[in-house]
Write a protein that binds this ligand. Sequence first.
Ligand code: PLP
Length: 453
Amino acid sequence: TLPNGLTPEAARERAARAYELDRKHVFHSWSAQKSLHPMVITAAQGCHVWDGDGNRLLDFSSQMVNTNIGHQHPKVVAAIQEQAATLCTVSPGYVNDARSEAARLIAEHTPGELNRIFFTNGGADAVEHAVRMARLHTGRYKVLARYRSYHGGTETAVNLTGDPRRWPNDHGNAGVVHFFGPFLYRSQFHATTEVEETERALQHLEQTIAFEGPSTIAAIILESVPGTAGIMVPPPGYLAGVRALCDKYDIVMIADEVMAGFGRTGKWFAIDHFEVAPDLLTFAKGVNSGYVPLGGVAIAPHIAATFDDRAYPGGLTYSGHPLATAAAVATINAMREEGIVENAADMGERVLGPGLRELADRHPSVGEVRGLGVFWAVELVRDRATREPLAPYGGTSPAMTETVAAAKAAGLLLFVNFNRLHVVPPCTITEAEAKEGLAILDQALTVADGHTV
Ligand code: PLP
């Protein structure tokens, strides 16, 4: 039987019906509907999921890079069940103990003095509200955001996004100006060292501020470690440099930690690696491992004070929903009790980092591996010398599709974006599971190697 108690036969029957209904009635996100063949997942446990045919796969995608605590963690499942039995829902204007406790725990881990928490339903609306807060606080409108970034699918968030998903949604007047961040492997600044890349990226940002007019800029938003766009760990000094520019020009610094937060990088927040505190920090995903939709904004006191005597014009029916915040309380407590953040750091340092670098040495299709904790990108290239990617920016290629299919056929799910495979398992991954996944990846990369020059 599967972890959900079904026999493989019953699970197969149920999966077939779910698939049929899905194809008839479900409209999928970010997809052309007709050519889609989505996979059915019938059960999940820890780092594994089961497909419609009863096959067990190692989940190195953490779904949408959000099941940081693994699937079906018993303490979180129990907390949701208990909360459901007590109080399923309450409007955000009332106090409830799950929300109060979740806010306390989150504030305990956020950097600096970000001690006030505004809850949302997910990451995109957290970004919307962070930007709204910055605009009202400064009285300015423009927001600077990075190319090669993802901030969500709603109106402002998708306009801030520096990837091709923005393009069909861009209405051109959202008050967003994009800039290049540091990314030495594909440097926009013709840099050859991290020090040069950092200096030039900061000069470029200051020039952008100067040309846009500092007094017109409300905020700079950036992922502390950009995730979907390629897990480009910023070089030392970059985020501190951004902080200094924000201070110099009175611009609000927003760190988007929706993907990188809650243990993924081996610290509670990715920005903790750089000892920088933003003015606003957005979170979602890992806050409760995605068991119930939840996101939010952690707010520094000087921004919160803007709304001491003036109403904050924004809210959501489900802000701080009891089921979601009870799941957050249980997730954060389990992370503390079980040393899950420390495990992510350890797996990154001892197993995933060295293992992936070793694969990069042996496979000509690997241009670069980079990351930290359980947050790694494997950048695939057709030609190591020219760094020509294995799929074009914004697109896919038969080489990528075949490589990903080979990994899946051998029992490994990966997060894939353009020419990159992202190795982003739950923070709870064991050494044996990490090694098993690396061995499957090793095999799959031979397919990619076959497409190199
Ligand atoms: N910000 C970042 C950095 C993200 O990675 C994502 C989602 O991947 C979002 C925002 C949007 O979050 P959501 O999909 O929960 O709206």
